[in-house]
Design a protein around this ligand. Structure first.
Ligand SMILES: Nc1ncnc2c1ncn2[C@@H]1O[C@H](COP(=O)(O)OP(=O)(O)OP(=O)(O)O)[C@@H](O)[C@H]1O
Ligand SMILES: CC(=O)N[C@H]1[C@@H]2OC[C@@H](O2)[C@@H](O)[C@@H]1O[C@H](C)C(=O)O
Length: 396
């Protein structure tokens, strides 16, 4: 039998290890920074044990954010910029990983793999684009080869394409990790992530995989952040100070909630391609609220995030489930207060109660998907594609 080449041999060695050290990377729709989670895995599939060893969010520089925003969720872009950023984001993320490892005193050779989400620049499920002859589509950039070459670490990336190839919308992928890390027999649980877009996974008490539901809900922080930048020159509404100083405008809130997306059956996905400045302007025009105080706009957008989540939970999930929140939105006091009021029968805490750092959850998720790609088996969860995801980039 011919000998395996070094790359394949290295891959086989990692796949056969009892424990693996992996880095999960998440750069989300909020564009606030790169989340880097260093994790230790034992086993795979339902036997997975995952320990978060280190975590950091490296904030993005304003210049980087504004460069990405020139192509982010826009239908018309400078194609050269897309090409440049695909390379640049991969190289930049590699640099940030190496810096983080140096700070943690971890040698790159001690890390078995990197699992990189990349940067979503456009998410186009068919429900959004509606174009005949085209299927669900999504695009994440920040090429894995650049990360592998620069760090010397086996890199797994571009997770969403396999999900689409198998009939999904390319998101949410959270369920694959939530089932492994968040289920508890005897307890109905909801794991809610409020990032740029909010999404949740329902984990039934009887562990019946057919009942697991994972879906996007609507805007999380994306509109709040956008209008904080527009009116207040702030990246986000820290501790909801602006929202609390304003008043919710019920006319605008009702108008924001009037979109067919909210009536569509889950699972479903969305993004800033739908929930953007134009979406809010149109809702303002329809409700005659174009001239309301910017503080009231922020309060109303915050209530919009809360109400969309509360309506979804009330419509589809058990009334006595326990809800665990993660993502930057867990720090938005206005949204959290809104949820506690609207879902008074449900116990709401953050995922720290489950031993999962709420800020790190999505980066851990991608590390876990990388671990599955190496050593797991596809599993059937509800009617979600039973796939192992991610593409392998070798360092050499
Ligand atoms: N103290 C705070 N007060 C209010 N909002 C906060 C606070 N801290 C963080 N946030 C919100 O959280 C956002 C970052 O959230 P997160 O990092 O979960 O998003 P993401 O990973 O980009 O999103 P996605 O899950 O959609 O990809 C910030 O942009 C801000 O809106
Ligand atoms: C296309 C894309 O990047 N979607 C993200 C986004 O951010 C939140 C929500 O929209 C979710 O569907 C998804 O990310 C998480 C990690 C997921 O796939 O579960």
């Amino acid at each position: 039998m011919a000998q395996l080449n070094n790359n394949i041999q290295h891959l086989v060695n990692i796949a056969q290890k009892d424990t693996r050290i992996g880095i999960g990377l998440m750069s989300g729709t909020s564009l606030d920074g790169l989340d880097i989670a260093l994790c230790k895995f034992t086993g795979a599939g339902l036997q997975t044990r995952c320990q978060l060893l280190q975590f950091t969010t490296v904030p993005y520089q304003d210049f980087f954010k504004s460069e990405v925003r020139t192509i982010f969720s826009r239908r018309q872009v400078d194609l050269e910029k897309v090409c440049l950023l695909n390379d640049h984001i991969g190289s930049y993320h590699a640099e940030l990983i190496l810096q983080a490892l140096a700070e943690w005193n971890v040698k790159p050779t001690d890390v078995d793999f990197i699992a990189s989400h990349g940067q979503t620049i456009y998410h186009a499920p068919k429900r959004l684009h509606g174009q005949e002859g085209y299927h669900n589509a999504t695009l994440q950039i920040g090429d894995g080869d650049h990360i592998a070459s620069k760090t010397g670490i086996l890199t797994i990336s571009d997770f969403r394409q396999k999900h689409i190839a198998a009939g999904g919308e390319g998101a949410p992928l959270a369920l694959y990790g939530d089932v492994l890390l968040g289920s508890k027999p005897g307890e109905d649980r909801i794991l809610l992530n409020i990032g740029g877009i909010s999404n949740l996974t329902y984990l039934p008490a009887d562990s019946d995989m057919a009942k697991v539901l994972c879906s996007d809900i609507g805007p999380g922080n994306t509109l709040i952040d956008m209008f904080c930048r527009k009116y207040f020159d702030k990246a986000f509404d820290e501790d909801s100070a602006i929202a609390f100083s304003g008043e919710v405008n019920e006319g605008l809130l009702n108008s924001l909630l009037k979109h067919p997306f909210f009536g569509e059956q889950p699972p479903k996905t969305t993004g800033p391609e739908l929930f953007n400045e134009e979406y809010v302007s149109k809702a303002q025009e329809r409700s005659g609220t174009t001239h309301i105080d910017p503080k009231d706009v922020i309060a109303t957008l915050s209530a919009f995030t809360g109400k969309a989540i509360a309506d979804f939970v009330a419509a589809y999930l058990p009334k006595d489930a326990k809800l665990f929140v993660s993502g930057g939105g867990a720090n938005n006091r206005f949204v959290m207060q809104y949820l506690k009021h609207a879902l008074s029968a449900i116990t709401i805490t953050d995922t720290a109660a489950l031993g999962i750092n709420p800020d790190a959850k999505e980066a851990i998720l991608f590390a876990l998907l990388g671990n599955e790609a190496l050593a797991g088996e596809p599993s059937v969860i509800g009617n979600n594609p039973a796939v192992l995801m991610g593409k392998f980039s070798f360092a050499g």
